[in-house]
Design a binder for this molecule. Structure first.
Ligand code: ATP
Ligand code: MG
Length: 141
């Protein structure tokens, strides 16, 4: 499998719970490396652009408001099959349906406050990494 990069966000609920380190531990234990990171407060414009794919969905406004409700920790993870591996670590979107031992099962409270974001495909990963880390070169190798 190829070395990939994926965009991960620890959402405001998990940052507020002070579990950034615990979530990073899971990335590291799974062989994923943090190759870029920043703690930021997103603007409504940034959060809206980032989740633009969901613009027509009924939950879009709540999603944007949630993502700007506090600081988020944004990182690029690198490793073998990083995109799928991170999605596995995260668990299902709805924490009630997330497999035991996943980040969302252990740290998320609801489908809105669900602790983490992860890119879902190579195309979205490339776009999302460039969105938050525009100065970062992304090589396919
Ligand atoms: P993310 O993109 O944040 O990693 P995801 O890929 O698991 O999550 P998406 O379908 O991309 O899920 O939805 C983006 C976010 O929108 C979800 O993380 C969740 O907070 C919210 N969301 C998705 N579906 C619903 C829903 N049916 N009701 C409320 N909120 C939802
Ligand atoms: Mg998604």
């Amino acid at each position: 499998m190829a070395i990939e990069r994926t965009l991960s966000i620890i959402k405001p609920d998990a940052v507020a719970k002070n579990v950034i380190g615990k979530i990073y531990q899971r990335f590291e234990d799974a062989g994923l490396k943090v190759v870029a990171a920043k703690l930021v407060q997103l603007s409504a414009l940034e959060a809206g652009q980032f989740y633009a794919v969901h613009k027509e969905r009924p939950f879009y406004k709540d999603l944007v408001n949630f993502m700007i409700s506090g600081p988020v920790m944004i990182q690029v993870l690198e490793g073998e099959g990083a995109i799928a591996k991170n999605r596995e670590l995260m668990g299902a979107t709805d924490p009630k349906k997330a497999a035991p031992g996943t980040i969302r099962a252990d740290f998320a409270d609801s489908i809105d406050a669900n602790a983490v974001h992860g890119s879902d495909a190579p195309e979205t990963a490339a776009v999302e990494v460039a969105f938050f880390f525009p100065g970062m070169n992304v090589y396919s190798r």
